[in-house]
Design a binder for this molecule. Structure first.
Ligand code: FAD
Length: 457
């Protein structure tokens, strides 16, 4: 380890190799509710791709395991170092290298956060549309987790919005994939293989992102429904209505009341509607002109009424943005309320009614409370699981995942597996797929130095 440290200090400078008391507690954890904190042996802070390559070469040579870290907002423990491992932090690689208004792309270093990127693109009338609930998340972390979020129903997830990468392999070799273009049929698609690989295959040092035009006009519709069937039947109909919702969020009655209460938000919904509502849809529309927006709001409102909404509330702009903020705070509200774990499964949109009913059944069988909210427009439901007994909670989680797979879905839609969902993945996924993934990992990382303990060993 001493020889490794000397080698790495020569590359990045001793100031940027933190050890002992110079390592803050923050590097030991992420935001996952069950992540076990673990202090890394060292934190290395490179400033360039050449430095990243040299550091990885040293890790490979000395067989020191290394875990990339962006902003540490992940929810699966994936950015926590392994025992005796080191952290490769991207906090100094924060340049927005280019906002190219001809090709509608941005080229950025991985430590740039979503909030910082928006400051560069919005003045050019452009947006990077991916919006996980935390805008302090880094682009590198977004790429590694294939982050999604509320706008995925319109713009897709990270893998639909990344055109190219520069990445460093665990051996220290640098590769470039894709570029400032959409089409590429030249060999295997390494961009897509690296996206969502949770820092296990390569370390990302530059990302070419697709940008979208910014629509200045927005409206928020709040739609209460009396039954699960009605609310979930409305989802595909609203998505298919042609108004192209920017967001289509589902909140069950409990999630809605806890989020609005915690934000001190009064939306003017009469008590008799609140009493009847089983769940709510929040639909956000965007348009280039206010006239177009009004037409879309009217059409979506009519559709919602036909689909059984108890009422259609078109919220004033401030209330709409307050509700969106309250929704973004959903995770913190659940955490404060004592949630013991968070699940981010996905099922085909059409399977949501049956799946949510099955999860209620699982919850009552295990005397647990499971509260649901999520990005219903793309079938991604987040459940907060309240069950303090580890053994019982483990059964609840397994049953929730098994049911999702049974409906043709997946264990994680956007947070990734990390160290926390890994055991369910290894137990419940197709063993042939896991074996193939292991062989791919082996091809990228023969000594297994990159993020060991995440997803598979
Ligand atoms: C309140 C809250 C709400 C959230 N809502 C959503 C949501 O709606 N949708 C969603 O998708 N996520 C959501 N998340 C999860 C989180 O924001 C995302 O997973 C985010 O993409 C992680 O970015 P990060 O920079 O914090 O990554 P980190 O947590 O630092 O790391 C995450 C993973 O990325 C890897 N990594 C980081 N940088 C690199 C790099 N340069 N090269 C290779 N690997 C790298 C790490 O090794 C780790 O495996 C939410 C989180 C919070 C706290």
């Amino acid at each position: 380890m001493e020889r490794w440290q000397d080698a790495v200090e020569q590359v990045v400078g001793a100031d940027h190799v933190l050890t002992g008391e110079r390592i803050s507690e923050d590097y030991a954890r992420d935001e996952g509710l069950t992540t076990k904190p673990l202090m890394p042996r060292a934190v290395v802070r490179p400033a360039t791709t050449a430095q990243v390559a040299a550091v990885l070469r040293a890790c490979h040579e000395h067989e020191v395991s290394v875990t990339a870290r962006g902003s540490g907002t992940g929810l699966s423990g994936a950015c926590v170092a392994s025992e005796d491992g080191v952290i490769l932090s991207f906090e100094r690689m924060k340049r927005v290298k280019e906002v190219d208004t001809d090709n509608h792309v941005a080229v950025v270093e991985p430590g740039v956060t979503l909030a910082e990127l928006a400051e560069h693109t919005l003045p050019q009338g452009l947006v990077y549309p991916i919006m996980p609930g935390e805008d302090s998340a880094s682009i590198g972390g977004n790429v590694a987790t294939n982050a999604g979020g509320m706008r995925a129903v319109k713009y897709g997830v990270t893998r639909n919005n990344v055109l190219g990468l520069e990445a460093v392999l665990p051996t220290g070799d640098v590769i470039r994939t894709g570029g400032k273009f959409v089409k590429c049929s030249t060999g295997l698609d390494l961009t897509q293989l690296i996206i969502g690989s949770e820092g296990m295959l390569a370390v990302v040092t530059e990302v070419t992102l697709k940008l979208q035009p910014h629509f200045p006009h927005r409206a928020t519709l709040l739609l209460p429904f009396a039954t699960l069937d009605e609310v979930t039947t409305a989802v595909p109909k609203l998505v298919g209505s042609g108004v192209g919702p920017l967001m289509l969020e589902y909140m069950d009655r409990l999630a809605m009341s806890s989020m609005t209460k915690s934000a001190g938000l009064e939306l003017g919904i009469p008590q008799e509607i609140k009493d009847k509502a089983f769940a709510y849809l929040v639909v956000i529309l965007e348009a280039r002109s206010s006239e177009r927006l009004e037409q879309d709001v009217e059409f979506a409102g009519e559709q919602a009424a036909e689909l059984g909404a108890l009422d259609v509330f078109s919220l004033p702009a401030q209330a709409g943005s307050d509700l969106l903020k309250a929704r973004e705070q959903g995770f913190w509200v659940a955490k404060k309320g004592g949630a013991n774990d968070i699940v981010d499964v996905v099922v085909p949109r059409g399977a949501i009614p049956a799946y949510v009913a099955k999860v209620s059944e699982i919850a009552s069988q295990h005397e647990s409370l499971v509260v649901g909210a999520g990005h219903a427009g793309d079938g991604n439901i987040h459940f907060s699981v309240f069950q303090p007994d580890n053994v019982v909670r483990d059964r609840v989680m397994r049953a929730i995942f098994e049911a999702a797979l049974g409906f043709g879905g997946a264990i994680s839609a956007e947070h990734g597996l990390g160290s926390e969902k890994r055991k369910y993945f290894l137990e419940l996924e197709d063993p042939n797929k896991i074996a193939l993934m292991r062989r791919i990992k082996q091809a990228f990382d023969p000594k297994g130095v990159l993020n060991p303990g995440s997803a598979f060993d």
